[in-house]
Design a protein around this ligand. Structure first.
Ligand SMILES: *Cc1c(COP(=O)(O)O)cnc(C)c1O
Length: 421
């Protein structure tokens, strides 16, 4: 790949986008994660794991014409390799990997021009909210925050200026489900130039493929399930339309947000075990959700029949994921539970091999209470975020240990008097 003003750019980017379409046979999702073929990357020694091309520049043999790679901001074989594999998993024409989930959103936002409009949810990831707020004031763009779990609310604000509809499902931490299929149909009928963008971080490509549900662009924080070990930051974008892919690649090349070679290697390594991690995590999540519901808490998890949007979720996704939340009715006791667990680590983020727990208290007196801290208190109240909400992100530990640890925490917080397990 070359700088955007070099003559080879067009030919190379079209060659690249066609690479991803060559897959001959389609396998089941677990096989697709681990079986890598047709990435279009040539390795001289037939390495069975893609080497880390830790280089900024590539030597050229021709004085006037650049080879496939020249400068790692523009392209690097380790990055092309993981992008091509991810395109297959996301059912995308083209994938781009960037330095974080937020830079993935940033390259998408640059498709929006001044005076256009964005429709987004009212229960979105705090960092997304922060970037959208910055973007709209800097660029004279209107952002409508609506309840995207009700397609009619989206319909009400769609108009000829709408450029992006930004969806996230399940939402976090309220675990509400958004009907991607219905909203895509509505958008197609009403604003043909509008793009439906789905943040698929909570499900990962293993459990849900928004591009197959009608979306134009899907993106993930690869920091979560895709990498799986909380040892790197990255973002992953997938797109059906090659022209859109080219426009976003322009920003990657122009700014240098493409993922660095070593991180591409770590990401690839994580993806190979995505299926075993998620299968294990969601099986445990189900048992934990049932246990907590049995104790009498209000539990939010799409695997429970009691979830009001159970059918909708399972119409779109192949599983329930491994993030759940529950309310205890008492902020102080919620805090006591969070601080009493030993295996469940208090941490932001999710999708890690370790189980995580955190209190979703978000108010101005505790401004550092993690990722939703960037949602102001007034907005939080309007969105009805309960203060006693505990979020659990289930890891790969033995589920009986996780249950015991949680049970001990419930005993010390005074919710149950003796062992129930
Ligand atoms: C973490 C997260 C992001 C942001 O990704 P980073 O890799 O932290 O930049 C975006 N959306 C969702 C749903 C997330 O959980």
């Amino acid at each position: 790949m070359s700088e955007p003003d070099s003559p080879t750019t067009t030919a190379l980017s079209s060659a690249l986008s066609s690479i991803t379409l060559e897959a001959k046979k389609k396998y089941r999702p677990a096989t697709e994660c681990v079986f890598v073929e047709n990435t279009g990357v040539q390795d001289n020694y037939n390495a069975s794991s893609m080497p880390i091309y830790q280089t900024a520049t590539f030597k050229q043999t021709n004085a006037s014409e650049m080879g496939e790679y020249d400068y790692s901001r523009s392209g690097n074989p380790t990055r092309t390799f993981v992008e091509s594999h991810l395109a297959k998993l996301m059912k995308a024409e083209r994938a781009l990997v960037t330095s974080s989930g937020m830079t993935a959103l940033d390259i998408i936002l640059r498709l929006v021009k001044s005076e256009q409009e964005i429709v987004a949810g009212d229960d979105i990831y705090g960092g997304t909210n922060r970037l959208l707020t910055f973007f709209k004031t800097q660029n004279n763009v209107m952002v409508h925050h609506v309840d995207t779990t009700d397609p009619r609310c989206v319909d009400q604000v769609l108009n000829e200026k709408t450029r992006l509809v930004l969806l996230e499902t399940p939402t976090n931490p309220l675990i509400k489900i958004v009907d991607i299929i219905e909203i895509c149909k509505m958008v197609r009928a009403k604003c043909p130039d509008c793009l439906v963008v789905v943040d698929n971080t909570m499900m990962s490509p293993y459990l849900q493929n928004p591009l197959e549900l009608g979306a134009d662009i899907v993106y993930h924080s690869g920091t979560k399930y895709l990498s799986g070990h909380h040892d790197l930051m990255c973002g992953v974008v997938g797109v059906k339309n090659a022209e859109l892919g080219k426009q976003m690649y322009f920003v990657v090349n122009a700014t240098g947000v493409g993922l660095a070679p070593f991180d591409c290697f770590l990401l690839m390594r994580g993806i190979k075990t995505l299926s075993v991690r998620i299968e294990r995590q969601q099986e445990s999540a189900m048992k934990i959700a049932q246990f907590l519901e049995g104790v009498g808490f209000k539990v939010r998890y799409p695997g429970l029949k009691s979830h009001p949007q159970y059918d909708l979720h399972h119409k779109m996704a192949r599983g329930s994921g491994a993030v759940l939340s529950f309310e205890t009715g008492d902020v102080i006791k919620s805090e006591a539970i969070v601080e009493s667990t030993r295996l469940w680590l208090i941490s932001v983020s999710f999708g890690c091999v370790n189980s995580l727990i955190r209190l979703q208290i978000i108010n101005t007196s505790m401004p550092c209470k993690m990722s939703h801290a960037s949602i102001p208190e007034k907005v939080r109240k309007e969105r009805n975020l309960p203060e006693d909400l505990i979020r659990l992100c289930v890891g790969i530990e033995d589920v009986d240990d996780l249950l015991e640890d949680l049970e001990n925490a419930l005993i010390s917080a005074g919710f149950i008097t003796n062992k129930q397990l």
